[in-house]
Design a protein around this ligand. Structure first.
Ligand SMILES: C[S@@+](CC[C@H](N)C(=O)[O-])C[C@H]1O[C@@H](n2cnc3c(N)ncnc32)[C@H](O)[C@@H]1O
Length: 313
């Protein structure tokens, strides 16, 4: 199971500890990527139990499949973890001892210019994790109106200059289509005043790229239901671990876990609960875990990662 250099798994030890893998158990890795975390799960299963690895990206599945070849207890699925329950049911799995979601894009996706995720390389504006279907970022930019683009930039990128960037995109696309990553970077450069760009500690286009990627891959809207559905498949004591990379997804994970820990909707003034909603998660993992200083130094891309874990009652 040699490292294929595809992606450095973030908070590897912390994630393995939180998953509390035991031999004979059934686990799902809903974001297989390069298979780094999956290799750790398989090592702890030591040939027993089962691991189901899911990824939207066929390249990721092929790479992880190569790395993990020989593990007879591994099943690979090309699909979306938002539909994990149905995908697992088709393979006869209805209960899990643990599940991992390491959200977002892999280093391999970011570092492959042709995928269009990076503002640092000129390439077709694609950004689809599943390159076999759906609209590309260029399609989306060509189709959306100015207000919708501005909303996407604001909601998914927390970009304060979103309205101006959207206006610039709409004006430019009337002259010529916006088809490449550098076409989009040029729109950001034209819309955001130079002093503001100079003050920015990161690349000025990063928030717009994040926002488009989230929109192209529909990363946020179905997340809450997916978490609830996967948590619902856990056996008592089973754990769900989620690694997030930005505050928008972290907030959804935090709120969903909090609601499943304390679902009661009775007003605080009620002496006893009358709504009857029972918690499904224990209090375990209420605080998020961040990468250690050593990891931050070794892998600066782990900077914004947060690990949140939950345990089924
Ligand atoms: C951060 S990487 C995972 C890295 C992996 N943990 C490892 O150790 O190599 C995220 C992966 O999840 C995949 N992904 C993101 N959202 C997904 C979804 N909704 N369904 C399935 N795969 C998804 C991406 O294609 C990418 O390969």
């Amino acid at each position: 199971m040699a490292d294929n250099g595809y992606h450095e798994p973030v908070m590897f030890g912390e994630t393995m500890d939180a998953l509390r893998i035991h031999r004979g158990g059934a686990y799902v890795d809903g974001t297989l990527g390069g298979g780094g975390h999956a290799a750790g799960i398989l090592a702890r299963l030591a040939g027993t139990g089962r691991l189901i690895g899911i990824d939207k990206d066929a390249e990721a599945l092929a790479s992880a499949g190569e790395r993990l070849a020989g593990a007879s207890n591994l099943t690979l699925i090309h699909g979306d973890f938002h539909g994990a329950r149905a995908l697992l049911a088709e393979r006869g799995v209805s209960e899990l001892d643990g599940a991992l979601l390491d959200l977002g894009v892999s280093s391999h996706q970011l570092d492959t210019p042709a995928r269009g995720f990076s503002y640092r390389e000129d390439a077709p504006l694609d950004m689809r994790m599943d390159a076999s279907q759906g609209e590309t970022a260029a399609d989306l930019i060509a189709r959306m109106g100015e207000r919708e683009l501005a909303r996407v930039f604001y909601e998914y990128g927390e970009e304060n200059w979103g309205a101006r960037i959207a206006r610039e995109i709409v004006a430019r696309r009337e002259r010529s289509a916006i088809l490449t990553t550098f076409d989009l970077v040029a729109c950001v450069d034209a819309a955001v005043p130079k002093p503001v760009r100079m003050r920015d500690t990161g690349h000025p286009a990063r928030r717009v790229f994040q926002a488009l990627r989230i929109a192209v891959n529909d990363e946020l809207a179905p997340l809450e239901r997916a978490l609830e559905s996967i948590a619902g498949m856990l056996k008592p004591g089973g754990r769900l671990c989620v690694i997030t990379f930005h505050s928008l997804e972290d907030r959804i994970v935090k709120r969903t876990f909090a609601r499943l820990r304390k679902p009661c909707v009775c007003p605080p003034s009620f002496p006893v609960c009358v709504c009857g909603r029972e918690p499904s998660l224990t209090g375990y993992g209420a605080k998020p875990v961040s990468p250690s200083d050593e990891e931050l130094e070794r892998n600066p891309r782990s900077r914004s990662a947060r690990l949140r874990a939950a345990e089924k009652i």
